[in-house]
Design a protein around this ligand. Sequence first.
Ligand code: HEM
Length: 461
Amino acid sequence: MATLASHAAEPARYTHWSQAIPKDAVDHIPGEHGLPVVGHTFSLLGGPHEFTRKMQAKYGNIYRVWSFGRWHVSLLGAEANELVLFDREKIFSSEQGWGPVLDQLFPRGLMLIDFDHHRVDRRALSIAFKPGPMRHYAGSLNAGISRRVTEWGAGEMEFYPAIKQLTLDLAAESFIGLPFGPEADRINEAFVYMVQASVAPIRKPLPGTLMRKGVKGREFLVDFFTKETHRRRAEGGGQDMFSQFATAEREDGTLLPVDQVVDHMNFLMMAAHDTITSSATSLVWLLARHPEWQEKLREELRAVTGGEGRDLDYDDLGKVDLTEMAFKEALRLIPPVPSMPRRALKEFEFEGYTVPAGTTVGINPQFVHTMEEHWDDPRSFDPMRFTPDKVKARHKYAWVPFGGGAHMCLGLHFAYMQIKVLMAQLLTRYRIEVADGYQPEWQAWPIPKPKDGLKISLRSL
Ligand code: HEM
C-alpha cells in the first residue's frame, strides 16, 4: 500500500512533446478554450499580435488558451523572458517546445536538444563562429552581395524575393562552400521544401502534400551532407561553416557522429535563412520610410568603407554603430521569431500562479518589444534607443530577438555581419524609396514577411 501511495504521488514525467497533460491541469490559470475542438488556433494563425494584446488586456501577463490540440500558457513581459530563457532551474525544454513544429524535418538540431547534450554539441559547433572562419565568411559575403546588388541595378523591384534568393545563394557559398550553380540550386530547392513543410498544416507525408516534398528534400540533403562529411573529414581544410562542423570536436576530443553533423547542418541552414531574409526586409522597409536615417547610415558606411560599393571588411564591422542600432530597432519592431515555445519539465510559479510540469508555455518577444513600460512611444522607429546608456538602463530581457540563455542564437554575429555588408553594398550605391502612402501588409506567421514582396525603387546616387 505504502509503495502504491508514494508511486501515485510522484509527479508525472514528460519525456516527449506528444504526451498530453490532464485536461484540467491548468484550469486554475486565467484564460479560455475558445471554439469547440479547435479552440483559438485560427485566432492565433489569423492575427497573433492582436490576439495576444486582447488576451493580455483581459487576463494579464499569464493566461491559457487552447490551440493546436493542447493548452498553451502564455507568459508575457521581460520577467517572463528572463525566467524562461535564462532558466536558472533547468525547468524549460526547448526540445519539447519546438518539437511539434520542427521535430519531423529538423530533428536533433540545437534547438531540439536540451541541457548537457545541448551544451556539449553547442560548444563543439561554436568553432564555426570564431574570428578565423568569420573573416572568411565576410570575404564571401562582400563578393556575393556586391555582385548581386550590382545586378539588381536601379529601378523598381520586389525586395523580399530578391533578398531571399540572395540569402540562399550566399548560404550555399559561406555555409557549404558551393559556388553558385546547378548543385547549389538543387540543395537550395530541397532545403526550401523542408522549410515549407515544417509549417505545413498537413503533418503526414501524403502524396502531393508539402510534407511529402519536405521529407523527400530531407532525404536528399541527408544523403548529400553524409557523403560530404566523410569527404571533408578525409580531405580537410575547408573554410566554410559545414567543413568546420564536419571536423568539430567535443570537449573529450572526439568528433561529432556523422549523423549529428548532418542534423546540425540542416537545422542551422533553416535557423539562418528566413530570419535573415525577414530582418533584412524589415530594415530596408524602415529605412525607406525614414530617409533621414538612411542618409545617416550611408554617411557612416561611406566613411568606414571609403565610398561606393567598397567592401566592409571584417575588422571594420565594429565601426558602424548607427547601422547596428538601426538593425536592432528593426529587430525590435518586427522580430523574425515573434514567439518561442518551451515545455515545463517541472512545476514553477509565475505571478502567483503555479504552472504544472508538462505545460506547454510560450514567451512573446513581439509583445514585449512594444510594451510601454520598457519603450517610450513603442511604435515609432528610433535607433537611438540602442545607445549604450539606454541599453544599460533597460531590463536586459526587454529586447530578445535572438532569445537568451543557453539557446541564444548561435549565428547572431553572422546575422549582424550579413546585414552590415548588405547595407554597405546597397546604401552606398542607391537611395531606397517607396511610393507615398505605401504601407505593405505583413504576414505575421510563421516568420514575418510583406505579403506583396515589398515594392521599392532603387535610385542611383
Ligand atoms: C536576424 C537573424 C536571426 C534571428 C532574429 C535569429 C533568432 C534566433 C532565436 C530567437 C533563437 C532562439 C530560439 C529559442 O530559444 O527558442 C535562435 C537560435 C538559433 N539560431 Fe538564430 N537567428 C538569426 C540568424 C541566425 C543565423 C544567421 C544563424 C546561423 C548562421 C542562426 C543559427 C541559430 C542556431 C544554430 C540556433 C539554435 C541555438 C541553440 O539552440 O543553442 N541564426 N535564433
